[in-house]
Design a protein around this ligand. Sequence first.
Ligand SMILES: C[S@@+](CC[C@H](N)C(=O)[O-])C[C@H]1O[C@@H](n2cnc3c(N)ncnc32)[C@H](O)[C@@H]1O
Length: 476
Amino acid sequence: MADFDDASQKFLAWLQQSGAEISPKIKLEDLRHAQAGRGVIATQDIAEHEVLFRIPRSAILSVENSVLSNEIPAATFEMLGPWLSLILVMLYEYLNGDVSNWAPYFSVLPSEFNTLMFWSDDELAELQASAVVHKIGKESANEMFLEQLLPVIKEFAETFFAGDERAKQRAEEMRDERNVKLMHQMGSLIMAYAFDVEPAVTKKDVDEEGFAEEDEDEALPKGMVPLADMLNADADRNNARLFYEAQYLDMKALKPIRAGEEIFNDYGPLPRSDLLRRYGYITDNYTQYDVAEIPMDLVTDLATTAGILSESRLEYLDEHEILDSGYDITASSPFTLQESLSPELIILVETLLLSDEEFDRLKGKGKLPKPERMTSKGTEFVHKIVQTRIAQYATTLDEDVHTSKDEVPTLGEYSSSARRHAMAKAVRVGEKTLLGHAEELLAEMVTRDGGGSKRQREVDEDGDVEMGGTGKKQRA
Ligand SMILES: C[S@@+](CC[C@H](N)C(=O)[O-])C[C@H]1O[C@@H](n2cnc3c(N)ncnc32)[C@H](O)[C@@H]1O
């Protein structure tokens, strides 16, 4: 406890020496009792728009601010991209120990994570058929570390391990397991803590009317922003946001905050599966963003069995940006297929079910089946997909709900298997609930339509085929 608080105090003192201004109305709090590490709490009432703290850009742990950026050519950082570049800089600063400008900052950053990257196979098995299991990317990260990061460290060994006569050897040792683990640690910190830092001077082109052109594809540099990253998040309880000024980054209250309340950032409308993957925790408030994914492979497998898979149709759908690696069933309240079922999935299924004649006619006009009303065949097929998806989970929703407790234990070890199992179970229960709702409504539609192809495709005013079913997708 003393060490933890001591690290917090030293961190805050260092930050203030670095030019940060921190409102006396907030404090950095030990929230380990709630398994939430550190968090920021209001000690007095705070008004809307009030600045909670102001961090000078020079205190951000970023490529730009690290001495490495003077020693390693910009082209190398460009080649590595924002994520690997920041890992390189963080490794360098971390390995520099107390000599690093950011040493007091590193001492408040965690070295233990609950993100899926660090789960054992047994723990991951508790997620059962959740699509998130295939999105962890541990192997691809390992590959990037060894094939992209390591060569740079070796090339610039004398800089990276400046003053160490074993520099070359140490660079070689960076491929050792413990060092690769360190790279994962830095990568995980970036995933859960880093901000996409808007530059002080935007390089955006300005048109004749003075409007800046948005270049959404340009990846912003990533930076670790001390204190701003000590804010926890809990879905819609968000009450603060970081504003990027020329010299400073200001964390401001978005609404009045009462003394004693926690100050929350916004990590985005993430389904609990992704929250677990990126941040290693979940709360009930994120249930509203849950998603059950129907993998594309499942659709193609079932279409093959049904004898309706067609490469040329898939190509056509790809040209129209309908093909994806997976299709979401999202949460809605009350649950409706119109809100929750991916329209792209319906378009995909309906396209595969078209007769050659119908497909040629649509293709000739460059059109797609409309997802608004599904045909009975389409409904049956989507129903089959959902049933098959449900069967991919090792246990049923009923078994999950009735066999053990749902809540995430808040006592015991932070990264204990019991806690991870409970979080995994909450995620799979959430996904099965969505699949269950979809299955039930689709089954009703199939029964109503008699399971056959009673409701034929309709032809609209321009003679286009109109498909049956659902409405827009609301992806979080
Ligand atoms: C940006 S950091 C926030 C500061 C962090 N609590 C710390 O002590 O370093 C994000 C991490 O905080 C934790 N976290 C954030 N919000 C949380 C919440 N509502 N409940 C539990 N843990 C939370 C998770 O471990 C997450 O990966």
